[in-house]
Write a new protein. Sequence first.
Length: 460
Amino acid sequence: MRGRLASVGAIAGGTLALAAACAPAPSVVLAGPQPEAVVARAPHANTELDKRIDSAPELVVAGERLNVGLLRRFYAGHGFEPIWATRQAQANSLVNAVLGAGDHGLAPELFHANLLRQTAALSPLDRELLVSDAFLSYADALARGAMPVEHRIDDEALMPEPIDVAAALDTAIGSPDPAAAIEALAPTTPTYRALRQALQRYRSGTPAGDRATTSRLREIEVNLERQRWLPRQLPPESVWVNAADARLVFYRADRPVFSTRVIVGQDEKRNQSPEFRGTIDGILFNPPWNIPDDIATEEILPKTRSDPNYLARHNMVMLPNGGLQQLPGPNAGLGQIKFEMENRFDVYLHDTPSKDLFNRDNRRISHGCIRVQNPRELAALLMQQPIDTINQAIATGGTNRSNPPAPVPVFVVYQTAFVDSDGTLQFRPDVYSRDAEIWRHLDPVRQPVAERELPGQPQS
């Protein structure tokens, strides 16, 4: 049952002084993904930019490290020539977008905002690289989060679709409104919009320095970040489990049609419910429970030493492979319904005979799996059948499986600030203590986002 368990504001009149400092470059706009061979390095480029980008393992401008991989990917499509001298208006638009990053709960200082306000003090080459890195890093943060999956704990496994932010910046440069094109990389979910609105309210409605407001602002910013970990195109029919709220909501045609309480993983780290995406592709009626080895070893087998009849009394048997199984029945640990959803955490949704536990305020008592208060109603919705049909499948007494008309996506999330099914903004305590690590990556006093690895690269 247990899962093995992340204003140049207005820059002095909105103008970025690049034109006089950078050499002209040909106008090249790339609309699609770039081939990997080009992304890695343009083999015949021998420009000053090319030499600077590849001069050392790290690229630093005025004390701030830049993302060499993103810069190489971007400039490979431009022959490693400066580009902003001939794109003054686009640069100004993108700089103002970066300086407005606070509207997304992202500190502009994560994207070199302080240096963007004084670019005249930089050399032409440093200026070119700095502004490109600011744009790319901001786009990357909107597209997949300021704390990407390679920096998160194993239990934080949600991620959006892959995106080539270098190609996205090229598309923005060629669009009528470059800033809007970059902003479009951010989520558009109701919760993301509501959190952005709440962010504005809390910032404008309470005196600065108020501790309660500061705490709420951090919660909002952390959960805006979690929203950026989600796919941009969410499926219209899906099951959502919020471990922080211990509640399940089923959406059909993008509308919540069913909600029920759930029991989720304990506060102890190894038993916490992870954050991931799965798919319900089958429903097992009267399921046996193949007890995980650690639960068998640590919790069940020790009881047999003092009670030789313990296994028989709980309808448990030893399997030929040495594993322990509880046979189906109304008092079995999985209850009478198991929602099958293959995932690397071995976490799934299921029934339970202990219905009284759903009356508790603290429903964080499982080993990671999710017990559903009203599983028959959920099964009927997923199967698109009357609940009587579900009852008949259970009444057979034997284990049998049914498949829904189409697999249904499941999102197990951990959102301490979210919009409920009525559209009301809700806050929940950070019972799993996961917010602080996310905040560390959003805090502008920390190292800039530009230091992150590219997707797929190992963490150093």
